[in-house]
Design a protein around this ligand. Structure first.
Ligand code: FMN
Length: 180
């Protein structure tokens, strides 16, 4: 898929068919996504792959902060990526101090780039996705038994499109640009 076409045609998908994304395809997607830029090339993002039905349902029911739409989306997926980051590296100097006045916000920045790179790579392989921000990272970490070196930045359900995307419109181009 041509790059600009892929960027333009990716859309959030919240309904999936029963067909599961196989591990070979998933690893191709993550292999492409690991080309994403990261803070000082620190590569602190981890893709925690959740396929177990009971675990998926627990996350859906107990970790979506009462957001019914997100509960439904996770219940309807066969595979959920918990996008995690190794804490205390992105944004930091080796002595543990912050490099810039943005503090550790760079960790989330890295995760955001990783998320979009992952979703674009998935799209190129015909796999749909949506990034979910409304969830409890603490609950997800507890359910998955993640150790406290990791923090979960986003959840990304993936699968084969089971409906039409909503296609929400964008603001006009010139609203996006501030020339100085
Ligand atoms: C940081 C972030 C958090 C989001 N959280 C949610 C969410 O919790 N639930 C959801 O259904 N979509 C969520 N989305 C998806 C957006 O609603 C979606 O990207 C936006 O409406 C534009 O639609 P498109 O992705 O189809 O272009 C999130 C997107 C981003 C970037």
């Amino acid at each position: 898929m041509e790059l600009i076409e892929g960027i333009r045609t990716r859309r959030s998908m919240r309904q999936f068919t029963d067909k599961k994304v196989d591990r070979e395809t998933l690893e191709k997607i993550i292999d492409a996504a690991r080309s994403a830029p990261t803070w000082k090339n620190s590569q602190t993002v981890r893709y925690v792959v959740v396929e177990d039905r009971q675990t998926l349902d627990r996350i859906a029911d107990d970790a979506t902060c009462g957001r019914e739409a997100n509960r439904r989306t996770i219940r309807g997926t066969q595979t959920l990526i918990a996008l995690a980051s190794v804490k205390g590296i992105s944004g930091y100097e080796p002595d543990g101090s912050f490099t810039t006045n943005k503090g550790n916000e760079w960790q989330m920045f890295d995760a955001g780039i990783a998320a979009q790179t992952f979703m674009l790579a998935a799209h190129a392989y015909g796999v749909s996705s949506v990034v979910l921000g409304i969830f409890s990272d603490e609950k997800v970490s507890e359910i998955l038994g993640l150790d406290d070196t990791l923090t979960v930045s986003a959840l990304i359900p993936i699968g084969y499109a089971g409906g039409e995307p909503r296609n929400p419109p964008r603001k006009d181009l010139l609203e996006y640009i501030i020339y100085k």
